[in-house]
Design a protein around this ligand. Structure first.
Ligand SMILES: NC(=O)C1=CN([C@@H]2O[C@H](COP(=O)(O)OP(=O)(O)OC[C@H]3O[C@@H](n4cnc5c(N)ncnc54)[C@H](O)[C@@H]3O)[C@@H](O)[C@H]2O)C=CC1
Ligand SMILES: O=C(O)C(=O)Cc1ccc(O)cc1
Length: 367
């Protein structure tokens, strides 16, 4: 592809998309704008973008593709601003927001002006934000949802896919309403529940100061997404409030059912509750990448921590295997401990397991 790409919002997602586009389309100039000058400077210094511009107008004027990658409420404002600016006739405007109905509605003035807008949502990310967390493999094998209008020319959808082919994501088309329902169930609502579990644990500190110490392992893992950006999730919830409110009512009913089961000590129904959940969960695709990143953890039995950690990380570094996190599980009483090393992909985890088995005597397992 040839031309100019303009990325508005040079954070985790905008930065990662810029990297994917630069990698795939070497001739293309990627310019960027961020209201936070520090982020824009960093993006230029890190080579995430080729040029940094000082206004929306300067970047939008000559762009063939405009990607809006700001918090969803800001995206609404930017769509309105773009509708007032001179743009190229054949430009495609897309966004990366986690919600789609409100954003698609807001794009109306742009569309009425004759500009092509195709809503987008790369369904991969992290609880980190900012351009320093950007990486070009972020979207590999992830779903990338598009929410075009029925009137959108299919050729324009194909052009957008061609621009984004470097993401190596799996493109899917859904309606904005279906998008918001699906992401409400599998992403937005779980974030809310993770936050509420953390609130519950924090409140329980009043009963026992041991809560936070014991919450270090599995509890910390299942509530990891509660460490995501509060501002981003506030905006997502506000955009998708109808769906979330509906899901909360369903959840209330569900919890009421559980209360009744417990009050009546109904052992077989309690068993059935867990069994049905287990069966459904066990049937979920394990190799697919969903909205919430999976953990690619490798467990290594180690004798003394300090020596073992440096030995293991040394071997992994030699084989150029990147670690995203490393921690020790101190749940056992004996001298041995368990080192939990997290990787970015299944492939890295498999390579790491071979590397550790070849170079050390430590036992490894997938957990
Ligand atoms: N974080 C994640 O895992 C995912 C986020 N998304 C969506 O992508 C969008 C961006 O999210 P992230 O990159 O994670 O956020 P981020 O916080 O890393 O980056 C957002 C950037 O937008 C900039 N910005 C804010 N207001 C602006 C304005 N008026 N003009 C120009 N720049 C402005 C900020 O300074 C920041 O650098 C959000 O809509 C989010 O819902 C989609 C998929 C995954
Ligand atoms: O790690 C997390 O917090 C995520 O759940 C990543 C994420 C955040 C927002 C999205 O719209 C899609 C994926």
């Amino acid at each position: 592809m040839e031309g100019r790409v303009f990325v508005i919002g040079l954070g985790l997602i905008g930065g990662s998309l810029a990297l994917c586009i630069k990698e795939e389309h070497k001739e293309v100039i990627v310019c960027g704008y961020d209201i936070n000058e520090e982020q824009a400077k960093l993006a230029k210094m890190m080579g995430v973008i080729d040029e940094s511009v000082r206004s929306l107008e300067a970047g939008a004027r000559d762009a063939d593709l405009i990607i809006i990658s700001t918090p969803v409420t800001v995206t609404e404002q930017i769509l309105e601003q773009l509708a007032e600016l001179p743009l190229k006739d054949n430009v495609i405007v897309t966004d990366t927001g986690s919600t789609k109905t409100t954003i698609t509605d807001k794009a109306r003035s742009l569309i009425e002006k004759g500009t092509c807008f195709i809503g987008g949502h790369p369904m991969a990310g992290s609880h980190k934000s900012g351009v320093t967390a950007a990486k070009k493999i972020l979207f590999e094998n992830a779903f990338y949802l598009f929410t075009p209008r029925q009137e959108t020319n299919p050729k324009e959808i194909e052009t957008l896919k061609a621009w984004l082919v470097g993401t190596k994501a799996k493109f899917l088309i859904v309606s904005p309403e279906e998008h918001d329902y699906l992401t409400g169930v599998i992403s937005h609502f779980p974030h809310l529940i993770a936050a509420s579990l953390v609130h519950q644990a924090a409140a329980a500190e009043d009963h026992s100061a041991l809560v936070s110490r014991l919450a270090a392992g599995g509890f910390r893992d299942i509530t990891r997404i509660a460490s995501s950006s509060p501002a981003m999730w506030r905006d997502i919830l506000l955009h998708n409030r109808t769906v979330i409110l509906e899901l909360l009512l369903g959840w209330e009913n569900e919890m009421q059912k559980v209360i009744t089961l417990l009050e009546s000590s109904d052992a077989s129904e309690i068993y059935r509750y867990f069994d049905e959940a287990k069966n459904y969960r066990d049937g979920l695709p394990s190799k697919e990448k969903g909205a919430i990143p999976a953990f690619y953890d490798l467990f290594v039995d180690v004798p003394d921590y300090p020596g073992s950690i440096s030995e293991i990380t040394g071997h992994l570094a030699k084989d150029e295997i990147n670690i995203t996190n490393i921690r020790i599980l101190e749940t056992r009483e004996d001298v041995y401990g368990v080192l939990v090393i997290s990787f970015q992909s299944e492939e890295d985890r498999a390579r790491a397991e071979v590397c550790i088995q070849v170079n050390t005597n430590f036992e490894t397992s997938m957990g």
